[in-house]
Design a protein. Sequence first.
Length: 483
Amino acid sequence: MIKSNIIKVLRNATVIGACLAIFTGCERDLSDDAILAPFPNIADIYTDNPVNLTDEFFISFDPAVGANTEAFGTDDDVSYVGTSSIRLDVPADNDPNGTFVGGIFRDRGAGRNLTQYNVLSFWAKASRTATFGPFGYGVDFEGNQFAASRFEAELSTDWRKYIVPFPDPSKLTQESGMFVFAAGTQSTGGAGYVIWIDELRFENLGTVAQLRPRIFSGEDRVETGFIGGASQVAGLGAIFNGPDGVDIDMEPAPAYFEFASSDPGVASVDEQGSIEIIGVGEATITAVLNGVQAAGSLTLQVEGEFVSAPVPPSRDPGDVISIYSDAYDGVTGLNLAVFNNPEIQIEEFTFNDDSAVSYRNLSFVGQGWDGTSNVSGMDFLHVDIQVSQSFNPNTDSVVVELIDFGANGVDGGGDDTGGGFRVQGTQLQQDQWVGIDIPVTGFNLPTGGGFQGSPNLNNIARVVFVGGGISNIIVDNVYFYRD
C-alpha cells in the first residue's frame, strides 16, 4: 500500500452524535451595488484525488475523544475506478493512538450550490464484513446547519455503492461540508480492518423516493408543560426508499424541517426546533419536511407555573443515601429508566435549579444506579410524588418497590429479591406535591417481577414505581434517611 496526498489537521471536534465545535466565520463588507458570484455546483469530491477541497483534505475529529489521526490515507494500489482510493485503517479497540477513525472533508471555497443534486454517493468495500457509520454531509465545523447522516451501512469485501439522500435539496445553496464519517470496531468485536472509498460525489438519482419524515421518533406524545419551560424537538429522522428498493433511514438536522405550533400563545417553536412554553392551554408541535408532513407530534398541556417539591430538611450526609434529589449528593450513574414498560413517556425537566422527572403512561419504571447501596442502617425511604391526572383516591394507587441484587450484589445472581409498598390514592393529591415516608422494613408486597417481599437491604439496586390506576406522576427527592 502507498499512502499519499495526506495532510492531517486536528480540530476541536468530537464524534458524530456528540457536540461539534463551532468556529466563527469571517465576514467582509459588501457595497450595495456588489453582485455576489454564484457558488459552484461541483459534483466530485474525491475521484483519484480530492476535488476542490481544503489543503488539509482530511480534517480529523479530536484525538482527545479517541480519534486515530494516523488511520486515514489514500491507496494507489486499490481503486474502484482510476488509480487511487481513500483508505481507512480502522484501528483495533486497544490501539493506543485512538479507537476510531473519523472526520470531515470541507470545500475549498465559500461552499457549493448542491440544489441540482439529491444524493451523496460513493463506492466502498472492506477487508472484512463490517458496519460503517454514521456518514453523511453538511458538517463543516462552522455551524453544521444542514448536516444529514445515515446511521450505518453494511460493508462487503466487494465494491458496493452507497448513497445519502438529501432531505431537501433546495436548502443546499451554499454547503461547505462535503463528507463526514466515523468508523470503529463495534461490529467486529474490537478487531481492526480496512475500508476503501472511491468515486465520492454528489448525484441526481431518479430512483430515490417515498420520503417519510418523523419527529419525536414518529410518536404522538402528550406531556405536561409549565410556563417558562423549554425543550427541544427530538427524535428527528427520515426514511427514503433507495434505488434497490431498500429503505434508507437517516437523521437530518433541524434546519431541514418547518416546525409549527397549533397555539403559539401557549408554546412557540423556532426554526431549530427549540420549544418555549409561554402560556396556559394546550399546543401541539408538528413539522413538515420538504412538503411532507412528519409523523409524530408533541402535545403540551400547560396549566400554569411549575411549583417545585418542598426542599428536603438539611440532614447530616452520613444519615442520607440519596437516589434522586438536588438537595443531597446522590448515587453515581443514575438511570431514570433502567427498565420500564415500552409505552412510558419519561421527561426530566428543571425549573429554578430544581430537577424533577415526569412519568406518563406509567405501568412500571425503575430508577437504577452503579453498584448497590446498603440501606440497612436507614429508617425510611422518602419520595415526593405529584399526580398529574384525575384519579379515584379510593381505588387507585402507586406502588413503590425496592429490588436488591442478592447477597453478593450481582444482578441476576439467582438470589435477587424485592418487595413493594402501596401508596394509597387517599394519600395523594392531583397537581400537588405529597411527601411519602416508607419504613425500609415495610416493603413486603410481592412485586410484578415475582419477588415475594422483604428485599435484602444490604444490596439495594433499584427503586421502582408501579401504576395502580394512576399512570401520570412527577417524582422528586428520592432518598433513604436515618431519623
